[in-house]
Design a protein around this ligand. Structure first.
Ligand SMILES: Cc1ncc(COP(=O)(O)O)c(C=O)c1O
Length: 480
């Protein structure tokens, strides 16, 4: 009996010693990665947002983790995206130029990600080509300088657009606009009217507004464009992390010809983005952006340029940007766009319901029917300066919003009800004195509790903003 007990104790001791050795050899026991075990979901994605718990100093010296409602501007990184980039940097070599295993590996990954992008947006590799860009602005500028032959080419866009889908056309072509309706939605009959009355070469529209979150039925616009012999370009900056987007329509004439988007708005802040476009059209053109990587051969006074996509990617490629983009696509698809849409709808509704209970509130766009809006809500208080309210939210309550006219000035002035002439009067004003709105834009990781927090502190932020206004500026009519 005694002997047996002694054997048992010895065994226990050995097991214990081995376990201790293992723990000390490995250092800390690694935290389980639920993303890998269960997949990434809306329920666990918050655990993977880089910096979500990082405390920042408020104006009273206290520290607080920021509630980030500025996702339409840019999204935070996801840990698996940064992990993927770091891992793939181990095998980083020059892309398309080097003679090494690392160079071959990086080049293959860089090019394979084009296939992933094509699949992500439902584009047939037989007809479409992907070229990488720095961001949506870069992509639209490249398309503008490539596709427009001369200033007389007519481009039709709308008054809902971000400046990045307006100014490149203004600078390179003749631009005409389709108006928005009283609620700020794109008017499809206006688009058709403009197509009927003008010889339009390209129609360029946003898939979702960064001001009101309205989703445009771009396949309907594609059908109209094609009916009148034009091609369609879609600014996908605000749709790409919010809704499943396919370049394929129900019928061929509804297909999208060009789609442009940024990776930093889909949780991969390494620069990067892509243009997916009709191969035959891209092959016939080239952007006004020249240099290394775009050529087959160069002589003393002659150049033979390469085909797309190389001809659209002058300069050394952005490897981390492409790796991050590929991983971000995987994660968003794993979470599921139906889930993302449903989640945004809940947050939108909660925020609007709460805002509408407040005094002197103005909510822009159609707040009764939120069904065609991604997670973007823009508002104002008629008796408080929006710049000061946003500043209070940030500095006193640790809530990040955006305030201003969101690089979509003409659209914002329309929502305000300001004429072009009135706007001219603000040209010389300081930022705090120019009209602006407060924008809340949601990401996949935002929660209902965060919306509750904003709604709770907002009336106090307004009170504080009014006090600051009286003390420092004494603006009789703070907004305009
Ligand atoms: C609708 C829309 N288009 C284009 C852009 C420009 O995107 P980027 O700054 O990534 O070039 C933005 C940015 O906010 C946007 O919201």
């Amino acid at each position: 009996m005694e002997k047996r007990t002694g054997k048992k104790s010895l065994l226990m001791l050995i097991i214990l010693t081995m376990s201790l050795c293992l723990i000390s050899a490995c250092g800390q026991t690694p935290a389980p990665d639920p993303g890998e075990a269960d997949g990434y979901t809306l329920d666990n994605i918050r655990n993977y947002v880089v910096g979500i718990d990082e405390e920042m100093e408020l104006d009273n010296g206290s520290k607080k983790a920021v509630t980030n409602f500025d996702n339409a501007a840019t999204t935070p990184a996801l840990q698996p995206v940064t992990d993927e980039v770091n891992e793939k940097l181990q095998k980083y070599g020059s892309i398309g130029r080097g003679y090494s295993q690392k160079s071959n590996y990086s080049t293959e990954l860089y090019n394979d990600t084009r296939d992933k992008v094509l699949e992500f947006v439902g584009a047939d590799p037989a007809n479409y080509t992907v070229f990488y860009v720095n961001n949506t602005t870069d992509g639209l500028n490249k398309l503008a300088t490539a596709l427009v032959e001369d200033k007389s080419d007519v481009i039709l866009t709308t008054r809902i657009e971000h400046h990045s889908n307006d100014l490149p056309w203004r600078e390179n072509a003749t631009v005409i606009y389709a108006e928005v309706d009283d609620q700020g939605r794109v008017m499809y009959d206006e688009i058709e009217k403009q197509l009927q009355n003008n010889d339009v070469k390209y129609v360029s529209v946003t898939a979702a507004s960064n001001v009101t979150g309205y989703v445009t039925d771009v396949h309907r616009v594609a059908k109209l464009a094609h009916k009148y012999g034009a091609k369609i370009i879609v600014d996908g900056a605000q749709i790409v992390a919010h809704r499943k987007f396919s370049m394929l329509g129900k019928t061929e004439d509804e297909n999208i010809d060009f789609f442009v988007f940024s990776a930093h708005k889909m949780y991969s802040p390494y620069g990067g983005g892509a243009v997916v476009g009709l191969s035959d059209v891209l092959m016939e053109h080239m952007p006004k952006f020249y240099g290394g990587g775009t050529i087959n051969i160069v002589g003393d006074d002659w150049v033979e340029y390469a085909e797309a996509p190389k001809s659209y990617e002058a300069g050394s490629p952005n490897y981390p940007g492409v790796v991050g983009l590929g991983k971000a696509i995987d994660i968003l698809e794993e979470i599921g766009f139906d889930n993302i849409e449903a989640h945004e709808k809940v947050l939108n509704q909660k925020l609007v319901d709460g805002l509408l209970k407040m005094d002197n509130i103005i909510v822009y766009g159609d707040y009764e029917d939120l069904s065609d809006r991604v997670g973007v809500i823009t508002f104002n208080f008629s008796d408080a300066n929006s710049s000061l309210v946003a500043e209070e939210l940030s500095q006193h309550y640790g809530i990040a919003t955006r305030r201003g006219a969101f690089c979509a000035n003409p659209y914002v002035w329309r929502l305000y009800g300001l004429t072009d002439e009135q706007v001219h009067n603000f040209a010389e004003c300081s930022d705090v004195n120019t009209p602006g709105m407060i924008r809340v834009s949601f990401g996949i990781y935002n929660t209902e509790e965060e919306v509750d927090y904003l709604l709770k502190v907002l009336p106090d932020a307004v009170k504080r903003a009014k006090k600051t206004n009286e003390k420092n500026w004494n603006m009789a009519n703070p907004e305009y």
